[in-house]
Ligand binder design. Sequence first.
Ligand code: NAP
Length: 545
Amino acid sequence: MVTSAQETPAAAPQSGGNVDEFEVIVIGAGVTGLYSLYRLRQLGFTAMSFEEGDGVGGTWYWNRYPGARFDSESYTYGYSFSQELLQEWEWKEHYSAQPENERYLNYVADKFDLRPFIRFNSRVASLVYDVDANRWVATTDDGYQARAQFVITAIGILSARYVPDFEGLESYEGISTHTNRWPKEGVDMVGKKVGIIGTGATAVQIIPEIAKDVGHLTVFQRTANYCVPLRNSQIDDETQAYIKAHYPEIFEQCMATPGSFMHMFDTRSALAVPEEEKLEQYERLWAEPGFKKWLSNFYDVMMPGEANEDYAEFVRNKIRQRVHDPEVAEMLVPKNHMFGSKRLPCESGYYEVFNQDNVRLVDVRKDPIARITPRGLQLTGGEEFEFDVLIYATGYDAVTGPLNLIHIQGIGGEVLKEKFADGPRTYMGMSSHNFPNLFTVNAASVGNFPRSAEPLVEWVTDAIAHVRDSGHQRIMATPEAEAEWVRHMKEDGEAILRTQADSWFVGANIPGKARVLLTAPDTAPVMRAKRADVVANGYEGFTLD
Ligand code: NAP
């Protein structure tokens, strides 16, 4: 199933016939794409979404691997725009799993009658701007073409799957898949010899699930992570009623926090409280579900420095306590990056898996994978492994990766992929000079994704309506605003935790990719305020013509 080293852009197809015309093209029908479509239709636009899959859901359509679930509380993740939807939909678990999340997004698509405006099985291969007509021409893999004045790329930040370019990759004769392309019919692993490459947030979710059934599991780890207990549970009736009655407060709280999660930092420093009180708080929060452990903790736990290292050691010791073999435990203890400098994997029984006799952890930093073989893989040191199933939990070419899979050509023939070769060059992640009326909403947010995506989509669709209603034709970032934003990303990004580790946040997981922060260094409230200022100042930083 894994056939190429890395997803490759499709060759630009030939036109198959007539060109359909819309006011706005949305690429993708995931969380952002569905809301963009809903919003555009509310604003009276003709809009069409092109979706590569045969169903809606984006991330929650593709990631069908066992164990895939939210790490945000379910009731903070759903859309907030419809009171009716909020009251109708009942999340069953505090951290809902993929099947329910996919059902939810299907429910949204049906409730708001969005399906007729989605062309499924349609991967956009190219987007070319026709200057004279002021139209973007989108061509899909199957040769279908459509034109629109505006385009929103709602293609996700983590959708371009990455498989390392291992020698012999295509020679493997067993079952293999990247976690992002998990087959709908599932993979039978009962009693099978299974190998999994990677120990990021995805692998940490899948490993405890498959370890229940496999005959033998080998985990190939290059970097140990700070994985923390998710502590998922069912939502009882009383809590359900509370949630439904308190949505406004829940969302208000999310909108006030840096990453749009519902947890507020303790305003005290970990270094300023007595040792006993500090440890009591660490332990109390450790027993809580989800991200509360660090996002409700002393504020400086999530800043580079002494408090961060203090909490990192607390987490390392928690790992050591759970793994019986001290040598294996030490392999699982992260030592080469700061706590919180990567998105923290939430786990449910991950460390206990390594106490099973039929599970082996292999350090591929010490002895890297040399090649994939027809039966399994071989390490550089010569050791060989055979598998019935080989899983690639090897992550994503984040943010710019999905954009680079589309040939996007703007004014003067400028190609976005070339422009972004040294990192994204945008204004606020949304707009790039020479690419008018093109909104790259996938490049603008991290955190509790829908909470930052919803206001962003509102801003973008309002901007499109503003262009229409003010009698203009085009909106585009100025070169000056773009240059200043690139400088801000670089200089202000250097101080934050997210740039401190080699992760997808900075493109460091992809060999040869420029190391730059790929999303804004600002908190979600600051980003919203900056966008509001842009509007208040007459779309400052953009040209409207
Ligand atoms: P990831 O964090 O990038 O992890 C990829 C894994 O593959 C890493 O362990 C990496 O090792 C390993 N790897 C890559 N190339 C390798 C090679 N040549 N040899 C050996 N190992 C190799 O990707 P992910 O786990 O899919 O997670 C990506 C993001 O998705 C997360 O950060 C998170 O934002 C999101 N996510 C969220 C949830 C959720 O709970 N909602 C669940 C899953 C994912 P290195 O670390 O050494 O590079």
